[in-house]
Design a protein around this ligand. Sequence first.
Ligand SMILES: *Cc1c(COP(=O)(O)O)cnc(C)c1O
Length: 415
Amino acid sequence: MNNLNKLKKQDSQIYKAAVGELKRQEEGIEMVASENYVSEAVLEALGTVLTNKYSEGYPGRRYYAGQEFTDAVENLAIERAKKLFGAEHVNVQPISGAPANLAAFVSVLKPGDKVLGMDLSHGGHLTHGHPAVFASKIYKFIPYKTEKDGSIDYDKLEKLAIKEKPRMVLAGFSAYSRQLDYKRISEIAKKVGAVSMMDMAHIAGLVAGKAIPNPVPYFDIVTTTTHKTLRGPRGGMILCKKEFAAGVDKAVFPGLQGGPHMNNIAAKAVAFGEALKPAFKTYAKQVVKNTQALAKELEKFGFKIIFGKTENHIVLVDVFSSKGVTGKEAETVLDKAGITINKNMIPDDPRGAADPSGIRLGPPAITTRGMKEKEIKIIAKWINEVVENRSNEKVLKNIKKEVTALCKKFPIYGN
Ligand SMILES: *Cc1c(COP(=O)(O)O)cnc(C)c1O
């Protein structure tokens, strides 16, 4: 881990929180499907003086002088991302996934335009049309859903697109465990004269590691985060076809953002460099194997797995119907035992978002620290024990001890 000597001397409160968080990460089993651990090289890049520099604009055309090194950094990030995903154009400046999505919308949509997006309770993301999100005040989002068997009925989606004539067909999800038919979705968009967009925020690392198919060749615009399965710093990115490049760049800056976070872009470049190495392919494949093992083990203990199949890094479980525990209760008791997951809605959840029927979990983070199917088996057993003995503090305490002991064998930063 970074040397924090100066921080320790100057600001003991922040130092304590940072060290406490390191300990929490080292000693706990992180099963939130959107989380991961960056390398120490990525952490070092984040801590560089690149944070001091204003670089409004793009490489070779900045608003201020002194861009020799920032241009080099941003160009490297762009080149590596292009290579990683086979993209025609890349913008690495979006601060995070939500701003990347907004910039993508702004680049092609006019106020009032219609967008087809996946329903939140069926696995979609807030930014794909939830009423609480600002974009919902500007654009008209029309949700599409999954079927009872967990699939998407693409004929139905096509009929909806023909009826609604959207300006954009948006694919992508945060809590869906199956592979999308990229080709079909982009064909539907083309047929109705809409822009096709894919938000691969969750699966970008699996795509980069070639463990699942790449959406980039099929869609006009692809957005992503860099901090989930891709294992980079917290951030966003937009990849697009050449004809959308100028619009995307203008929407990010000056449309929505000011100066890019150059230390963060440097860290993105470092992470993309890591993802280009063969070891990352092994990692991505192991994430998928671990996820399949997790779903299988949980199913053995009687947990109800939603969407039928697990083809990525996400497992959505209906704990309420299968174990009589709500998503929120499950989240709380598992956290007490040192296993972090999140409550999540299941399709058309009768319980609502605040205390839903489900939990979402996935192994991207624990796979980074080296855990494989053998550990997944043990963890699934603990999850079941915790849920079944949720009012027994002694059981929770004992499992927490075992969790910490297991984690000690798989250090993240080696201390
Ligand atoms: C995580 C996620 C986002 C938002 O990313 P932030 O970095 O939290 O803003 C957007 N879309 C999808 C599909 C996501 O999973």
